[in-house]
Ligand binder design. Sequence first.
Ligand SMILES: Nc1ncnc2c1ncn2[C@@H]1O[C@H](COP(=O)(O)OP(=O)(O)O)[C@@H](O)[C@H]1O
Ligand SMILES: [Mg+2]
Length: 263
Amino acid sequence: MTPILDAQGVTVTYGGVNANDHVDLSIDEGQFVGLIGANGAGKTTFVDAITGFTPLSDGAIQFDGNDITRMEPHKRAKSGLVRTFQQLELFDDLSVRANLLVACEPSKLLSMPRDIFRRTWPAEIEDRIDWALDKVGLTDLATMLPEDLSHGQRKLVGVARALAARPRLVLLDEPAAGLDATESADLAGTLRGLLDDGISVFLIDHDMGLVLAVCDYLYVLDFGRIVAKGTPAEIRRNPAVIAAYLGDSAADGGVDLGEGEGH
Ligand SMILES: Nc1ncnc2c1ncn2[C@@H]1O[C@H](COP(=O)(O)OP(=O)(O)O)[C@@H](O)[C@H]1O
Ligand SMILES: [Mg+2]
């Protein structure tokens, strides 16, 4: 089977340092793949590289069998490769729903106010937004402003915004950062459910507990390099991972690592 995403030797260099150093990573259709690593390991850089937000100095990327290494970011998104941003940027004076509309049709941003109030949006877009809001459980909050939401709810708007584009593969950059344990577990369930909708998922987090619980397969990044990969069970047993992340609690499956926010 051709993977939906196949990154080969992805290398990104910032100021002479390889933020990504020959990263090989592939995701099969219908798979839930995680990427973990400490702050500064190069996780966001990898998403930037895959989505075309930063150039590669070496390597190649295939999406759905096509070489997208030099494709413009908006074309990648249009073909179904959609990301969230770690630094969530919502429009504070637009409702939750309007924040999703802007993401669906950025070219119509200038005519937004009129369009929003006249509700002249094509039914297909309205449907996608309804679906995305429902997926993350924000339907009842659609008319609220971001400032009236909790941190966790605002993070969900970011996820919904990506889902409204109806991705084939969604790349989530620390969607759980700053969530409490219950919110994190809920989010994990929501994300897992996306597989049933035909959406493959790539989840970045530095919370090993979350990622081990929800992913089919994961990669561990350290100083720009993949230092381990495998199923959650294999990662739990990996000596390098245990030494770096898991400590003694790994042996009995107890994992307690998630702390604080990444950047
Ligand atoms: N746009 C950029 N310009 C220069 N250096 C960057 C840029 N983005 C990231 N870096 C550097 O690349 C390394 C990896 O960063 P990042 O990908 O954000 O790590 P992570 O997401 O794992 O925390 C860090 O040393 C960071 O300072
Ligand atoms: Mg990051």
